[in-house]
Structures are given as C-alpha cells and as structure tokens.
Design a protein around this ligand. Structure first.
Ligand SMILES: *[C@@H]1O[C@H](CO)[C@@H](O)[C@H](O)[C@H]1NC(C)=O
Ligand SMILES: *[C@@H]1O[C@H](CO)[C@@H](O)[C@H](O)[C@H]1NC(C)=O
Ligand SMILES: *[C@@H]1O[C@H](CO)[C@@H](O)[C@H](O)[C@H]1NC(C)=O
Length: 343
C-alpha cells in the first residue's frame, strides 16, 4: 500500500497522535557520542539529524539537545539527535562510493536526512488510541548491533529491516538482509525501536537493557509490556531512503551474484543495521502531542520551512574524504560477507 492512500484512510478515521516528519541532514561524520563518547574519529561513519548542539560528548547531565540553536527537524520543538550508519556501494574494482540519501514521499526539497515517526500503535492502526509515556530529558537508546551478521541473530531486533523500493511509495515486503536485486527507486532502511521502558533508567550500559519488546504478540498487535519493562512508550521509527539508482547496472554488480552494498562498519549482509536516539524535545512538547488527537499534522507543534531545516548544519569534525571513490571505507573496518546466509 502507498503512503498517500494510507494517509487518506487515516484522515477518515478517528485518530489520536501519530507523528511523521522529516529531518534533513545535520552532518555525516566519524562521531558516535553513545558508543564512543569523546572519541574522534569513531570507528565508523554515521549520518546524523536533529539539533545542532550535537557533538562527540553529549554529556547527559547537560541537556545537550536543549542547547541547540537550530534543528534539522521539521518541528522546532524537537532538537533530538537521531543517527544511523552510512551506506556504501562497492565496485567490482574494490573501491567504495557513498550512497546519497534522498527525501521520502511528501518531503521533497529536504536535503538528505530521515523520516521520523512517533506512534502510539502500529502504522496501519488508524485509531492510535493506546496511552504512551513520552521519553524524558537525558533518555537515549540504541537498537540493532553492528556485530550481527546472521538472520538468526538479527531476530533479536524484530523490526530493523529494508524495503526494496519499486517506486517511492513501496512499503512491502521488508527483509532483514540487504535486498539481493537492484531496487528501481532505492533501498529504504527501516529502524523501529522497542516500545516498553523499565520506567527507571534513562540509559543503560549497552543502551538497550532499559528497553524491551512486548511480552507476547508485537507492538502492532498491541501486545502488553513485560513486568520488567512495564511502561509503554511511543514507537520511534526511522526511514532512510538510500538512493541506489546510479548503482543499479547489473554490469557493476559482483560477478558471484551477491549484492554490492555495504554498511560503513563493513557489513555486507545488512543484518548489522542499527539506529541511535538521543531525546531532545522541549519541555513536555512530545507528551502533549502524543496526548492530542492528531495524525501527522499536529497543532501542538511549530513547523519550520524546509529551507530553514536545510540551513541547520554541523561541520564534519573529523576531516576526511567521504565523497569520492575511496580505496577503503572510512576507518577501514573489516568488510564481511556471509553468503551462506543468503535467503
Ligand atoms: C560538547 O558541547 C558541550 C556543551 O556545549 C561542551 O561543554 C563540550 O565541551 C563539547 N564537547 C566537545 C568535544 O566539543
Ligand atoms: C573503480 O570503479 C568505479 C566504478 O566503475 C570507477 O568509477 C572508478 O574510477 C574505478 N576506480 C579505479 C581506481 O579503477
Ligand atoms: C498476551 O497476554 C495477555 C495476558 O496474559 C493475554 O490476555 C493476551 O491475549 C496475550 N496476547 C497475545 C497476542 O498472545
């Protein structure tokens, strides 16, 4: 089903809050304040969106996102930071080219970045009536693990997937591995975070243990949260549209029938996909919005023009070439291909 028809259906129904908005590219840099705070360069390259107070430390005691003077997100109230790894194409001659990011359907004019969702229920549930508790200042989390290289292991992270875009509106099916055929309109990386919080910790050592999936069923089937993590929070989702169109010529693809894309941390399977989140909403703006009946266009929030989103930037802190054909990935991670896992 296409996004537009979903929106049309949704508008006809009684709804509570579902937020869908665009954040343009803040920077693409070798920084990772959650996994490698203070370390420049971090081991692999990331693409980052959100508030411009983003830096390599992001001390939780400092309400760093609150110190932003601009945000690349559509809503001025949101100075959170959201990031993922970066996709590269590996040519037959072994050199790498960074895959550009393009805006999603409905966000034309945005320079790169991602589409962000905060949902009370699954996207296809037009009622969106479940009560959720918004994240708090200092909250952060990660989902997915760059060391994951197998389908079985990736099942720990239920909803970290790819969509092979036949056209910009394609939303099904999703796969856990990189698509193994050229995708005419690009590859969409989908990252959905767990939706049950322990109610106590803003963060944990591995940035995941304070969060859990529903005890039975799924978020989409409205499964209840486990006793250890009893607090339902909004489902946070990222969509990144990697514009692979210039790399779709079969002549440029590996001769062994494998696919040519590789994450910036060296993963050629796709199973290591991961996303990072650092909460940075003003005051109770997120809670208020989740409690207000609205779908996509929420009157509690202030929308800035796309041109202003595009103007908000942070300079690359580790200066290196990320734009030309590169003999190795930035940081030179081990590039791994486990084709026994092919599906
Ligand atoms: C990050 O920003 C904070 C707050 O502005 C500042 O105190 C800190 O020194 C910055 N860290 C780096 C490495 O720039
Ligand atoms: C490697 O292949 C790419 C894609 O075909 C090409 O653009 C690039 O110039 C080649 N680099 C070298 C060093 O041959
Ligand atoms: C989940 O568990 C609850 C309580 O034990 C039960 O009522 C519900 O039917 C279960 N849901 C699913 C989807 O299994």
């Amino acid at each position: 089903m296409h996004w537009k028809s979903m929106t049309a259906l949704a508008l006809a129904a009684r709804t509570t809050a579902l937020l869908r908005f665009s954040c343009t590219q803040l920077t693409i840099d070798r920084v990772d304040p959650l996994v490698n705070p203070g370390l420049t360069p971090s081991p692999h390259l990331h693409q980052i969106i959100g508030g411009n107070s983003f830096n390599v430390t992001m001390d939780p005691a400092k309400d760093m996102p609150g110190e932003s003077s601009c945000t690349t997100c559509q809503f001025l109230e949101d100075s959170s930071n959201y990031w993922t790894a970066v996709l590269f194409f590996r040519a037959r001659n072994g050199t790498y080219k960074r895959v550009p990011i393009v805006p999603n359907v409905g966000f034309e004019g945005a320079e790169g970045g991602m589409t962000v969702y905060y949902m009370q229920n699954g996207l296809a549930d037009y009622q969106q009536t479940s009560k959720v508790t918004a994240f708090k200042p200092g909250f952060r989390m990660i989902i997915g693990d760059p060391l994951t290289h197998t389908a079985a292991d990736s099942n720990r992270f239920r909803q970290v997937t790819f969509t092979c875009l036949q056209d910009p509106g394609t939303r099904f099916p999703e796969t856990k591995n990189f698509p193994n055929k050229p995708c005419p309109a690009g590859i969409m990386a989908n990252i959905r975070f767990p939706t049950c919080w322990d109610g106590k910790n803003l963060d944990t050592q591995n940035h995941m243990d304070h969060m859990a999936y529903p005890a039975n069923g799924t978020f989409d089937s409205r499964g209840p949260c486990p006793a250890s993590h009893p607090v339902p929070v909004p489902q946070l989702m990222y969509e990144t549209v990697w514009d692979t169109r210039q790399f779709n010529n079969p002549e440029d693809w590996p001769e062994d029938g494998s696919q040519p894309f590789v994450w910036s941390f060296g993963d050629q399977t796709g199973y290591g996909s991961h996303g990072d989140y650092l909460f940075g909403w003003q005051g109770d703006a997120l809670q208020k919005t989740m409690d207000t009946p609205c779908y996509v266009n929420c009157p509690t929030l202030t929308t800035q023009p796309v041109a202003d989103q595009n103007k908000c930037k942070v300079a690359q802190s580790f200066k290196e070439d990320i734009d030309n054909w590169l003999p190795e990935l930035p940081g030179n991670p081990v590039v791994s291909k486990r084709w026994a896992e092919k599906h």
